[in-house]
Design a protein around this ligand. Structure first.
Ligand code: NPQ
Ligand code: MG
Length: 382
């Protein structure tokens, strides 16, 4: 496609309830959205205007990773979008598959790059009339829906929250843990809801190898997995911890690229991988990691970053690939938002439907989007 211009938008959406993890409490979602406008040539050589949406999953503060929303907007405005516009202005065809190589000279900033690739991919697929799921070669029409449950003020509060999610039909519960809030909440949930509830925990890198004794206590609760217990840059010690505990280790923050995934698998640092497209530089890399894990017998699941309906649509399409054999954090819109910026994703018997329309298959509802918009700017070829 030929790129006409790019809109860069920052939004702020209130969360229904504070979401506490080992790295802090979030009460609203600040996110950067991208809208790419361009033209594609039809078979009859007519120029048709298309647009595509991208969502950057970087949080407002650099607490989950080094990226944060304001910085992502800056690197997009200052480097990534000008590179895209220059490529198109030079008369070279822009496709989603070329975004990675085109932006490779910029080091890091994976969540920012992923948002731009997502917007170009959405526009491209809207132009060709293909859904994202079929572009991936995904087979499922619905995906299992799990839910990520934040740290609560008390065990009783946690049991109430988990009980409500199970009543809503979520098929898997993930508990956020931190030192001092780990064995007790897991024991309480198992005690109240039994051994059959698929249960896992996420430490968000808050532990060290010195906590192995406590983490080993979790082995008795038949958890699906223990997600990212140790720091993101410490794949080697995850391999050591894996030899000390029975619960399978799942990596999240550490898997920032296809190469990091291959390293973690080779070092036996994880038995499962949480795939997040934004964390690995885009949905194309996310599919490559899926393929790598499938070939190595490593189960994967689709992680979440409290996305709006745009990112949720893309995650549902990704999670429909055969290798996503464990329930993901692709929850209903109302897990986090009273009003999503797209049509709501709802839970149906524990499943989320995979959009079938062209591209993402959803788009923002203009007045809802305008209500939560903080800034917008338009960038076009100079
Ligand atoms: C995780 N996601 O798996 C992340 C952590 C996380 C669903 O647990 C705003 C934006 C708040 C992103 C809170 C889930 C967030 C966020 C937690 C990501 O580690
Ligand atoms: Mg995680």
């Amino acid at each position: 496609m030929k790129i006409t211009g790019v809109e860069l938008r920052t939004i702020r959406m209130p969360l229904k309830s504070p979401f506490e993890t080992s790295f802090g409490v979030e009460s609203d979602r600040v996110a950067v959205l991208i809208r790419v406008i361009g033209t594609v040539q039809t078979h009859e050589h007519q120029a048709v205007e298309v647009q595509g949406w991208g969502e950057c999953v970087a949080m407002e503060q650099p607490l989950y990773s080094s990226e944060y929303a304001h910085a992502a907007a800056d690197v997009l405005r200052r480097f990534l979008i000008p590179m895209l516009l220059a490529e198109s202005a030079a008369g070279r065809e822009v496709t989603a598959e070329l975004i990675g190589p085109l932006l490779r000279a910029v080091i890091g900033h994976r969540m920012a790059k992923a948002a731009l690739e997502m917007a170009v991919l959405d526009a491209q697929l809207r132009g060709s009339g293909q859904s994202l799921a079929s572009y991936f070669g995904a087979t499922r029409s619905t995906v299992d829906s799990g839910v990520s449950v934040g740290i609560q003020p008390s065990i009783q509060a946690l049991l109430d929250v988990v009980g409500n999610y199970l009543a809503e039909g979520y098929v898997r519960i993930k508990l956020k843990i931190k030192p001092g809030w780990d064995v007790a909440p897991v024991e309480a949930v198992r005690g109240r809801f039994g051994d059959l509830v698929p249960l896992q925990v996420d430490g968000n890198a808050a532990y060290t190898l010195a906590d192995a004794r406590v983490l080993r206590q979790l082995d008795q609760y038949d958890l699906l997995l223990l997600e990212q217990p140790l720091p993101e840059d410490d794949i080697r010690q995850h391999a050591e911890l894996a030899r000390l505990i029975r619960t399978p280790i799942c990596l999240d923050e550490s898997v920032i690229s296809v190469r990091a995934a291959a390293d973690a698998i080779a070092m036996r640092a994880c038995q499962v991988i949480n795939i997040k497209a934004g964390r690995v530089g885009g949905y194309l890399n996310a599919r490559r990691i899926h393929d790598l894990c499938l070939a190595n017998g490593i189960p994967v699941w689709c992680g979440g970053m409290v996305e709006t309906g745009l990112g949720r649509a893309a995650n549902a399409a990704l999670a429909a690939l055969e290798g996503f054999s464990l329930p993901g954090d692709v929850s209903a819109s109302d897990r986090f938002y009273d009003q999503d910026i797209t049509r709501a994703f709802t839970l149906d018997d524990g499943q989320i439907a995979v959009p079938t329309g062209p591209g993402l298959g959803v788009e923002p509802i203009q007045d809802v989007l305008d209500d939560c918009t903080v800034t917008t700017e338009w960038l076009q070829a100079t």
